[in-house]
Design a protein around this ligand. Structure first.
Ligand code: ADP
Ligand code: MG
Length: 362
């Protein structure tokens, strides 16, 4: 009897599985990826029920953004080369890279604005190319250089965008909410061209949010702002990020440090780093150990400490590079005692975000 039920369920699962389209396959992988990342009871339940999750995937969502082996070629030039990444719901992720790295290209693909040359991408489980209308319903996009209709009044423009999103009887309410959220009350009766750059950015963010999307893509949202405007817009993004998934691009390292929990670095169309902010710095620093002694010490002597691979003179001390996987702190302390040296400073070497970025995008 139990065996019979088991086989019936197995057969049913098989049948369902054949129905799963490519896009939903991505969702399964997302579920499983989430389990690897975050083994919580809900996610565990999801692994066992991943097929069921697919059937109700409109309600249960784990990965907001999934990019799988995306490349983009403009004529002879490869602007993106085999980029894969995924972003969980609720994350604020910084897409960092020098000019021409491919940030805007990736964002345009994610917002269904241009197609990828190869690979797939999805927003909330919707394929950005095959289901572009659904994608846009779940996505707010502020393009680079914030294109606005400068002859429209602020409120008029937001009503216009809201109508495009078919907000119906919610229209007025949403426009008022957006004006309040982005602090546009005193400017709402002005023409857009009369606004300062900071206020134009607020209008751009308001239009991206008007249909209450779960995912927000902001392409260089703070470029060209003065320091005060910069602080205000960053604060606004931070507030929005409390209940939305945000992917923002920038070439300013401090911006990522100020706003994001995670950073993805692209360079020449390739993804060169994807990690939590603090982890990334540590990864690049290679767990180096900075040590300074009261006495003079020779580099050659330091190289003989077991587990030390390299030695670099740094400030008033030494940066010791350990062999892969080795923690050399104890060995260094023991060696110092044996040599009758006094350690005046011992710390893990952590690179600043700026140094990390420079090393990765040379
Ligand atoms: P980023 O936003 O990181 O500065 P982009 O994604 O705008 O970089 O551009 C990546 C590369 O693709 C650049 O070398 C750029 O010149 C090129 N590129 C972007 N758009 C086009 C286009 N429409 N036609 C040809 N080349 C393009
Ligand atoms: Mg760009």
């Amino acid at each position: 009897m139990i065996l019979g039920v088991f086989y019936t369920i197995a057969a049913w699962k098989n049948k369902q599985r054949t129905k799963i389209d490519k896009n939903k396959e991505v969702l399964i992988k997302s579920c499983q990826a989430t389990i690897r990342l975050k083994p919580n009871p809900d996610a565990f339940r999801c692994r066992n029920l991943s097929y069921f999750c697919i059937l109700i995937h409109q309600k249960v969502q784990f990965m907001s953004v999934v990019v799988s082996q995306v490349s983009k070629v403009y004529g002879q030039q490869k602007a993106l080369n085999n980029v894969s990444l995924s972003i969980q719901a609720g994350e604020i992720v910084g897409l960092l890279g020098p000019n021409g790295a491919g940030k805007s290209t990736l964002m345009k693909i994610l917002s269904s604005y241009i197609p990828a040359s190869s690979g797939t991408a999805s927003i909330f489980g919707y394929d950005v190319q095959l289901q572009s209308v659904e994608t846009r319903k779940h996505l707010g996009y502020l393009p680079e250089n914030n294109p606005l209709y400068s002859d429209m009044y602020v409120r008029e423009y937001l009503l216009f965008v809201g109508r495009i999103h078919q907000l119906g009887n919610q229209l007025m309410k949403r426009v008022d909410e957006m004006i309040h959220l982005t602090g546009l009350e005193i400017e709402m009766h002005k023409k857009i061209r009369m606004l300062s750059k900071g206020y134009k950015q607020r209008v751009g963010i308001a239009q991206a949010l008007i249909h209450d999307p779960q995912v927000l893509i902001l392409d260089e949202p703070t470029s060209g702002l003065d320091p005060n405007q910069l602080i205000e817009i960053r604060q606004l993004i931070k507030n929005i990020g409390q209940n939305k998934t945000v992917l923002l691009s920038t070439h300013i390292m401090q911006e990522v440090e100020a706003l994001c929990s995670r950073v993805i670095i692209v360079n020449k169309g390739e993804l060169v780093a994807d990690d939590k902010m603090d982890k990334l710095s540590r990864q690049i620093a290679g767990n180096g150990l900075f040590v300074a002694f009261e006495q003079e010490v020779e580099a050659a002597a330091l190289r003989k400490i077991p587990g030390v691979k390299g030695v670099i003179r740094q400030r008033e001390g030494w940066l010791l590079e350990p062999q892969p996987g080795k923690d050399i702190r104890q060995e260094v302390a023991k060696w110092a005692v044996d040599q009758q040296l006094t350690i005046v400073s011992l710390s893990r070497n952590s690179l600043s975000m700026e140094e990390s970025f420079h090393r990765l995008t040379l």
